[in-house]
Design a protein around this ligand. Structure first.
Ligand code: ATP
Length: 239
């Protein structure tokens, strides 16, 4: 068994010009975990995800994925190592069908039997996608597009899946579906880093969490413990 963290970040710093958005953060994600990154608007959550996935470059610090240093690699190389991101704002291919979007997710894979099986899995997870598989993705509602984005990221079969605000702008009735899907994906063995504003649900489905405040990690621990932490309750749970 490999007990070492799948992702290990040490003293990471990311800037936009002279704006210091991520300040010396360190965090670990173990295999099989769902880890939540909490923080208010502008805390640096998306910047952290983009630095991990290679869309932004850190000015200093280390990012090790499966014991390999990745902070100097291109986003494309990082994806090929098994780290996929489902971005905030979704960014699906609007002019492709739902099925074609899912095929794009799997474009680096050669195991056609595995792809077929995973396609069945995501259609089962989100039956709306199966019903509408031949339609253009732009005809989906916002919530359905979010499901497609998650399903597409899943089709890459990453070892680590980064999810940026999967419940953002989603009708309450669909939020439960999305969180159940995240749990199911994790139960199949996929490790997940989840950025969420919906702290209550995120803490309920995750194993551990880190809290970012103004670019710094100010609190970390088991999600179950953070759910009853008075500071968290006051700042993020509205009670
Ligand atoms: P939200 O929940 O609102 O998406 P976040 O926690 O994801 O917020 P980031 O988007 O990572 O926060 O932003 C962190 C900080 O960096 C903020 O102060 C933001 O204004 C700043 N920032 C983000 N993107 C840029 C950019 N392209 N240029 C300059 N500053 C930026």
């Amino acid at each position: 068994i490999n007990q070492k963290p799948i992702l290990e970040i040490k003293n990471l710093n990311t800037y936009y010009g002279n704006i210091h958005a991520v300040k010396n953060i360190s965090l670990e994600i173990n295999r099989g975990e769902i880890v939540t990154l909490l923080g208010s608007n502008g805390a640096g959550k998306t910047t952290t995800l983009h630095t991990i996935s290679g869309l932004l470059k850190a000015t200093s610090g280390e990012i090790n994925f499966e014991d390999q240093s990745i902070q100097k690699l291109s986003a494309h190389r990082i994806t090929a190592l098994g780290l996929a991101q489902s971005p905030e704002g979704r960014q699906i291919f609007a002019n492709l069908s739902i099925k074609e979007n899912l095929d794009m997710g799997a474009y680096l894979r050669k195991d056609s039997d595995g792809i077929k099986k995973d396609l069945d899995f995501v259609y089962n997870l989100f039956p709306k996608l199966l019903e509408r598989k031949s339609q253009l993705a732009q005809t989906l509602s916002g919530g359905e597009q979010q499901m497609l984005a998650i399903a597409r990221a899943y089709m890459a079969k990453p070892k680590l899946l980064l999810l940026d605000e999967p419940s953002l702008g989603i009708a309450p009735i669909l939020v439960g579906t999305i969180f159940r899907a995240i749990t199911e994906i994790n139960q199949l063995g996929m490790t997940i880093l989840l950025v969420e504003q919906n702290a209550n649900l995120a803490l309920k489905i995750s194993h551990r969490a880190y809290v970012l405040t103004n670019g710094e990690i100010t609190l970390q621990g088991k999600s179950s413990e953070l759910l009853s932490n008075p500071e968290i309750k006051k700042a993020y749970l509205g009670n």
